[in-house]
Design a protein around this ligand. Structure first.
Ligand SMILES: *Cc1c(COP(=O)(O)O)cnc(C)c1O
Length: 361
């Protein structure tokens, strides 16, 4: 038997399941499984990306000063308190690596994003799952689960895959209630889609133990580039920077993200179009008897009568060239998560689901 064994916890990690992008035998698919922006990145971002090809022989900036300055300017935040990562996934990883280890607990919620558990296990810590209340993060349940060993609490707000979100007062109550030795991480990957929401920035500005994470993968249409960021207390950001690879972000990634965040008009256009089509799709599905919770993100979680019905509907959509996300892995087997695509895609998916249910009865 081999003496070569991984650190404890590593073998408990199941590989991350990403949204499917192919259907056997179908050439033209509509991918609505990964919450990508159907319109792609802004023209300004694409232009910056093309220009970056002229400097590929140069190492990138190690301190990301220009990108952090742009983010700070657009979001009204102190750039010194921002850290950029290879997607927000990397920032989540830094948080677990720096603050949780063997014997420590990391709280995530019942239907929460799978990266929290993966990163906690990778750090040797113990992930603790807390139940939600009707697909909404339960503040009281989280507070009841906190103890001396709790080092991190992860929630996504708006949440994925439910699309639900905590109000400002509920979020504040959570921040008020977590112990002083626990960092509350507000994963705001979908914050841009929730009108009037600051992503938890105000809390992360004034509290010593609140960190906000953000991404360029969703509204900014740059999932393929891998850029995310975190914002929080200076001492926490300084700690995270100690384990960040000096060249974690490439030059094309840095300049493209900077151009993207500065193009506020394009971001606003995408946000407005998403809200319009999200409302339309939710209403169209409700009309054929498929309810969903009110979503504050760029997807809706369609609820079917049973897991079997959701699975059959998913197969029907696949046969039509439509790929949505099965949510069995998120403990929601009776649901399908549908990304808000462009208008034609939304109409197609609504039509196909109506057709499926019509044929069933
Ligand atoms: C998509 C998503 C992210 C973004 O991850 P990146 O690594 O920035 O692409 C983070 N959190 C949640 C909940 C998400 O759904």
């Amino acid at each position: 038997m081999t003496q070569i064994t991984p650190q404890s916890g590593i073998m408990e990690i199941s590989l991350y399941q990403s949204g499917a992008s192919k259907i056997e035998g179908v050439e033209q698919v509509v991918k609505l499984s990964s919450n990508e922006n159907p319109f792609g990145p802004s023209e300004a971002a694409l232009e910056a990306f093309r220009r970056a090809s002229y400097t590929l022989h140069r190492y990138p900036s190690t301190d990301h000063a220009d990108l952090r300055a742009a983010i700070g300017e657009v979001h009204g935040l102190d750039p010194a308190r921002i850290i950029c990562g290879v997607g927000s996934d990397e920032v989540i990883h830094f948080l677990c690596q720096c603050y949780a280890g063997p014997g420590d607990e990391v709280i995530h919620t019942e239907h929460g994003f799978s990266m929290y558990r993966i990163s906690a296990l990778a750090a040797g810590a113990t992930p603790v799952e807390v139940s939600e209340c009707d697909r909404v993060v339960d503040v009281d349940a989280i507070l009841a689960a906190c103890n001396d060993r709790t080092r991190l609490v992860f929630i996504a707000n708006p949440a994925n895959p439910t699309g639900t979100m905590l109000s400002k007062s509920a979020l504040t109550r959570l921040a008020d209630g977590v112990p002083d030795h626990t960092i509350l991480v507000i994963d705001s990957a979908y914050a841009e889609y929730a009108k009037g929401y600051d992503g938890g920035a105000a809390l992360a500005t004034v509290r010593p133990n609140v960190v906000m994470t953000r991404t360029f993968s969703k509204l900014y249409g740059l999932g393929g580039l891998r850029v995310g960021w975190g914002y929080g207390p200076q001492d926490i950001i300084d700690v995270l920077n100690r384990i960040r690879g000096p060249f974690n972000l490439s030059q094309p990634a840095l300049v493209t993200a900077e151009a993207a965040v500065r193009d506020r008009a394009y971001a606003e256009k995408c946000r407005t179009e998403n809200a319009r089509l999200r409302d339309w799709l939710a209403a169209a599905l409700a009309d054929v008897g498929v309810p969903s919770d009110r979503s504050s993100a760029n997807f809706i979680l369609a609820r079917f009568e049973s897991a079997a019905q959701a699975e059959a509907c998913n197969a029907h959509l696949n046969a039509q060239g439509l790929i949505v996300r099965a949510t069995t892995g998120y403990k929601l087997p009776q649901c399908l998560r549908i990304t808000i695509g462009d208008e034609a895609s939304c109409r197609r998916v609504a039509h196909a689901i109506g057709q499926f249910l019509g044929a069933e009865t």
